[in-house]
Design a protein around this ligand. Structure first.
Ligand code: RM4
Ligand code: MN
Length: 405
């Protein structure tokens, strides 16, 4: 078991990024159930995100989605967020909600659609300049529904061409994060379906291009921590989109479906020293001592839709679930684990890992919050703050934010 002061120190340094769209209305293809008090603009989304940070102390960043979060003055939005104690994080592009993208965006056979999509991606970099964001997050709905519909290989060339143009436009300290997804909305081929495809593109581009692992974007049963370990080794893990899934891309609260998987992922992150820039690492694979941090720039983003549950407390719950997984990963006795592994002690090694996972870290996290000047139970503290009632009574009129606004 590690030194608890060091564990708490690491937990204080680990930051989680909230998705602006989680605060707006969302639904399935069948129905969007609107909720009272939902933000009507990106400023109100920043107000809600700031609440999550206020009670957890570890979520000072809000990602935006363009055009859902379109405003006249992005520097003003950034300053407003700053006044609320948070900052604007990744700029998420949206090249999937326009009639012109019926056959795809940057991979479309139609040069006009490709041009329009590229212009949007470049506009997103302009927005990053104004908000001071480091990351451009790219997820493409591009793909085909039927064999023969389009040329698989030609579509990859179109993808590479667009990515190269965006890469060229990135300024110093800016990155592009390429997110893969197995299927949906395309059902036969997806143009960036897996980490291999994303990695090939990112490697061709250079250091500023990194892969995003959305935990809901794999086939059932895929070993995500293995992918994470490989991307970290390659220095190509740009970030996560955390959410839970039981079946497909369910976008449920983080850690709701499989908290053990979340722990296994965070164990790889902690081992690689990628929890935050400068995180001290444990023992290396060769037992030779500390290794350089493999992924100092990993963005720990949430990507969720709260369709039926209240949004702000659900985000708080997700942040707490990530923190629990991180705390357990930090409690792994790295030296004992290594020793058991090298001795071929299968049961012993597994027991070291399971001991950490089975530790109840809630008292530790409650202590940590008190040290940080916070209430020990963020869900309770938010519930008794009156904020939920306040936004219901104040946010009257206007149009509630949701997909497409
Ligand atoms: C996609 C992908 C993106 C997110 C959109 C809303 O499935 O996960 O990250 O921006 O959904
Ligand atoms: Mn995502």
């Amino acid at each position: 078991m590690r030194d608890l002061t060091a564990v708490k120190g690491a937990l204080k340094n680990h930051q989680i990024e909230l998705p602006s769209w989680a605060f707006g209305n969302s639904g399935t293809r069948f129905k969007v159930f609107g909720q009272p008090g939902v933000p009507r603009n990106p400023y109100e989304k920043a107000d809600d995100a700031a609440q999550v940070h206020k009670y957890t102390g570890v979520a000072p960043i809000m990602a935006v989605h363009i055009p859902w979060d379109k405003v006249d003055d992005y520097a003003a939005l950034s300053a407003y967020a700053g006044g609320n104690g948070i900052r604007i994080g990744a700029v998420n592009s949206n090249v999937f909600q326009d009639d012109d993208y019926k056959l795809g965006s940057v991979c479309s056979p139609d040069p006009k659609a490709r041009k329009k999509a590229l212009a949007h991606l470049l506009e997103c970099v302009d927005i990053m300049d104004a908000t001071g964001s480091r990351d451009l997050k790219l997820w493409f709905a591009d793909g085909t529904n039927y064999p023969g519909q389009d040329d698989i290989s030609a579509r990859q060339d179109r993808m590479a061409e667009a990515l190269a143009a965006v890469y060229e436009r990135l300024g110093d300290g800016q990155r592009m994060l390429l997110e893969y997804k197995l299927f949906e909305p395309a059902f036969y081929t997806t143009d960036v379906p897996d980490w291999g495809t994303a990695l090939v593109h990112c490697q061709a581009l250079g250091d500023k291009a990194q892969v995003v692992v959305d935990t809901g974007h794999h086939a059932p049963g895929v070993n995500i921590e293995f992918i994470v370990a490989m991307l970290l080794k390659a220095g190509k893990l740009g970030g996560f989109d955390f959410n839970s899934r039981f079946y497909a891309d369910d976008d449920l609260m983080v850690g709701a479906a499989d908290p053990f998987q979340l722990f296994r992922i965070m164990h790889e992150v902690v081992k690689a020293g990628a929890l935050y820039p400068g995180q001290p690492t444990g023992i290396t694979a060769t037992g030779a001592g500390a290794q350089p941090s493999a992924g100092a720039g990993v963005a720990f983003m949430l990507d969720q839709c709260h369709n039926i549950e209240p949004k702000i407390p659900a985000q708080i719950r997700s942040v707490m679930n990530v923190q629990e997984a991180v705390a357990k990963a930090l409690l792994v006795d790295a030296a004992a684990l290594r020793e058991a592994q090298l001795a071929g002690d299968v049961l012993g090694a597994n027991a070291v890992l399971m001991d950490a996972y089975n530790t109840d870290v809630r008292p530790l996290l409650a202590d940590l919050r008190e040290e940080m000047g916070l209430e020990p139970d963020p869900v309770k503290a938010y519930a008794s703050s009156g904020y939920a009632e306040k936004i219901v009574s104040e946010r009257v009129g206007g149009t509630a934010a949701g997909w497409g606004a």
